[in-house]
Ligand binder design. Structure first.
Ligand SMILES: [Zn+2]
Length: 95
């Protein structure tokens, strides 16, 4: 049950690109370190699974092997943010 769910959440870079997302967010698995970076994955094949990529990564800050990798949707968020600001401004003007 939960296994099928895991597979569906583990998308490939190709699927990620089709969602308009070009970068990966990489988080160190150490809670004390909490290091995170954004990484461009254009050089990797489209059929590369996103989540297993983290198992091969080494944190540049604490040296720990293994990271959490997920698609970086922040370019979308940044595009949405100006609208949110606009909305806030309108609310302020009204009130
Ligand atoms: Zn680290």
């Amino acid at each position: 049950m939960s296994r099928a769910r895991d597979q569906s959440t583990s998308i490939t870079l190709g699927q990620m690109h089709s969602l308009g997302c070009r970068d990966l967010l990489v988080y160190c698995r150490s809670v004390e370190c909490n290091h995170s970076i954004t990484m461009n994955a254009d050089h990797l094949p489209d059929d590369t699974l996103v989540r297993p990529l983290g198992d091969r990564m080494v944190c540049t800050k604490c040296g720990r092997t293994g990271a959490e990798v997920r698609p970086d949707y922040s370019p979308h968020t940044n595009r949405i943010n100006p609208d949110a600001h606009e909305l806030t401004r309108r609310w302020r003007e009204r009130g």
